[in-house]
Design a protein around this ligand. Sequence first.
Ligand code: SF4
Length: 316
Amino acid sequence: MALLSIQDLTVHYFTRKGAVRAVEDVSVELEQDQTLGLIGESGCGKSTMVSALMRFVTPPGRIVSGKIVFKDRDIVPISDEEMRKLRGKEIAMVFQAAQNALNPVLTIGKQIVEEILEHENVTKEEAWDRAKNQLELVGLDRNRIKSYPHEFSGGMKQRVMIAIATACDPELLILDEPVTGLDVIVQRQLLVLITDLRAKIRLPIIFITHDLSVITETCDNVAVMYAGKIIEEASTIELYQEPMHPYSQLLISSYPSIKGEKRTLKSIPGAPPDLVELPTGCSFHPRCPYAMDICRKEEPMLQIMDGHRVACHLIK
Ligand code: SF4
């Protein structure tokens, strides 16, 4: 049984201009012990998808249809109170630029302890002990427990956010662009930490990024999103080495090789489509170098070939 099964999920934002189709009919699964990368350009729907998973979508946004089955239970219809208990305890999330989410007037220890006391039936003393262990888990000195956020660098603050997110032993961790905005050395250190954490506490992770190179070592599978849909999904190695969808190919060639091979970086022509007025047929056709007549008329369906899912008319 999959830990998480997102089935035909559709999320729209209802604006004066019309419905913004942020996520459209998306299905994806995450097994126990698995790490899934979600990649795509800004506005492709990846953050909205995990917002829906955390039930953070608020008006004018709405989950229009679909199921989010977590541990065999659809969490779309459950009450806000039930969802509040689930968040942090069973599903935890580290947000984009999370270091800004730390409370500047509370010590980092207090912030970890608050999270533990919110969800766990433990004494304050036990919570403080666990908070110190959490700091060690993320590679920080346990004696810094009484330090304030401003005493830490950006990468260290991100470690604190991971310590808070994992403080209650969640069963699923969502990382939304966790290394964006950090320098490459700090990025690398955080990626090593995430890989270590995965091994130590066997934590399933959904890792959101616009840069495939940062998840090649952290994720088992990758789903590529474009215009609110998954257009390709495969094992990370397969997708990185043999991307089938033209968008995935361009996305990969627009970042430097993780192996350090010299190659010419290509930019993806054009811009992502307006999600209120999507192009007919394949949403990528205005930017695709291989677009054919059929691409402008018929939307390609996701096809599965040896576990590799791809939606493109070039694939027969
Ligand atoms: Fe390009 Fe057509 Fe494939 Fe879309 S369906 S990615 S336009 S070749």
